[in-house]
Design a binder for this molecule. Structure first.
Ligand code: FES
Ligand SMILES: [Fe+2]
Length: 384
């Protein structure tokens, strides 16, 4: 993030904290409950958002060396990402081209030059090409050049790996080409915090009874912090104090922390936003990242059905060994984060269970929650 922008956000934070106000410059709105319950709507979201947009599936730190690989299944599409011998990171459908068995079991690995199917032994190079067929005389007409793994469009930017979860085509290539337009300025801003070489720790996956958008909603407003999170994350922030920025289709929330009072005007040129505030980025459609206290908490939510989602979290930390004090600091941070997230997920599940009671035709969204209204407008526009 440009230094001028950091200074501007910190000055705005100081003004908000000083006045006890928050950013209410955007309009209130309402979200019809059928957005969370309608199966037809859900199918459109899955098809349009989770099959034709670049979706975050992992991090460069997982696949730095040739032969490093990981699988990803949460979109509902079995994806294999592998760093090929030519150094290019590629994504494929994790599906054998013989009779369609899953090629690689769930997980990650390294130094893999070949992937061999466990059913009949068809074997593929780490560039996806079919290189070995046992008993080739059984397939007299086989065109091997047409039987490589099915490629998916992939973009690797600032340490993040995005894949369009459908077979590569001019359309998906266009989606990846558009990633620099779609995500570029925001990713560049995120990348400028120097987190591109951070490594994963404490990954976790949960299946929860909530519509995927509910958790995106919960992470784009701080109105609930002093109530739901009063004993957890809310204790570390000013009540209802945030700067909301909608950069369609993405969003950013800046939350000043107590260290805002340590800012000295004479040091203004060196002010660093993350020393005095937490920042949440919401990457459309399904990922939020919290930059706070030197760490990054990533959360992606994937739709299973109208009322069920897969929630994947992982912490990104600077590479290298840590001393006991840092390890303790990290553990405290994780405990607070997990407690906070457990509160969010529990209330989202309550909301989902209440959607069909008839109590609300629409959910009310206040001016302090305006990013939710903007998020749903974007979904509406894209899904049609
Ligand atoms: S299904 Fe993979 S080798 Fe037969
Ligand atoms: Fe929350």
């Amino acid at each position: 993030m440009q230094q001028q922008e950091q200074i501007r956000l910190l000055e705005q934070s100081l003004a908000l904290v000083g006045s006890g106000q928050t950013d209410l410059s955007h309009p209130a709105g309402a979200i019809p409950v059928d957005r969370y319950t309608d199966p037809l709507r859900f199918a459109r979201e899955q098809q349009v958002l989770f099959r034709s947009l670049p979706i975050l599936v992992g991090f460069s730190s997982q696949v730095r060396a040739v032969g490093d690989w990981f699988t990803h299944d949460a979109t509902g599409v079995p994806i294999l990402c592998v760093r090929s011998d030519d150094g290019v990171l590629r994504a494929f459908l994790n599906v054998c081209r013989h009779r369609g068995a899953r090629l690689v079991a769930d997980g990650e690995g390294s130094k893999q030059t070949m992937f061999s199917c466990g059913f009949h032994g068809w074997t593929y190079g780490n560039d996806g090409s079919l290189c070995k067929v046992p008993m080739p005389e059984s397939f007299p007409d086989l065109d091997r050049s047409n039987c490589g793994l099915v490629a998916l469009s992939l973009a690797e930017r600032h340490g993040f790996v995005f894949v369009v979860p459908q077979p590569k085509s001019p359309t998906t290539e266009h989606a990846v080409a558009a990633i620099d337009q779609f995500l570029g300025p925001l990713l560049a801003e995120i990348g400028s915090f120097g987190i591109g070489n951070y490594v994963m720790t404490n990954p976790a996956t949960q299946t929860r009874k909530l519509n995927w958008k509910l958790h995106m909603d919960a992470t784009q407003e701080v109105y609930h912090l002093p109530v739901l999170h009063k004993a957890t994350a809310g204790a570390g922030y000013f009540q209802n104090c945030s700067i909301l920025t909608h950069r369609a289709p993405h969003a950013r929330v800046v939350m000043p922390g107590p260290k805002i009072h340590e800012l000295r005007p004479e040091d203004r040129a060196n002010w660093r936003l993350l020393d005095h505030a937490a920042v949440v980025y919401a990457l459309f459609p399904n990922t939020t990242m919290l930059l706070y206290m030197g760490y990054v908490q990533m959360l992606s939510v994937f739709p299973v059905d109208t009322d069920t989602s897969i929630v994947r979290t992982v912490m990104l930390v600077p590479p290298g060994q840590v001393d006991a004090a840092e390890a303790h600091h990290r553990q405290c941070h994780l405990v607070t984060y997990w407690s906070t997230m457990a509160e969010d997920l529990a209330v989202c599940e309550q909301m989902q269970a209440n959607m069909r009671t008839g109590a609300n035709a629409a959910l009310r969204v206040g001016r302090a929650e305006s990013l939710l209204a903007a998020f749903h407008r974007t979904v509406d526009e894209m899904v049609g």
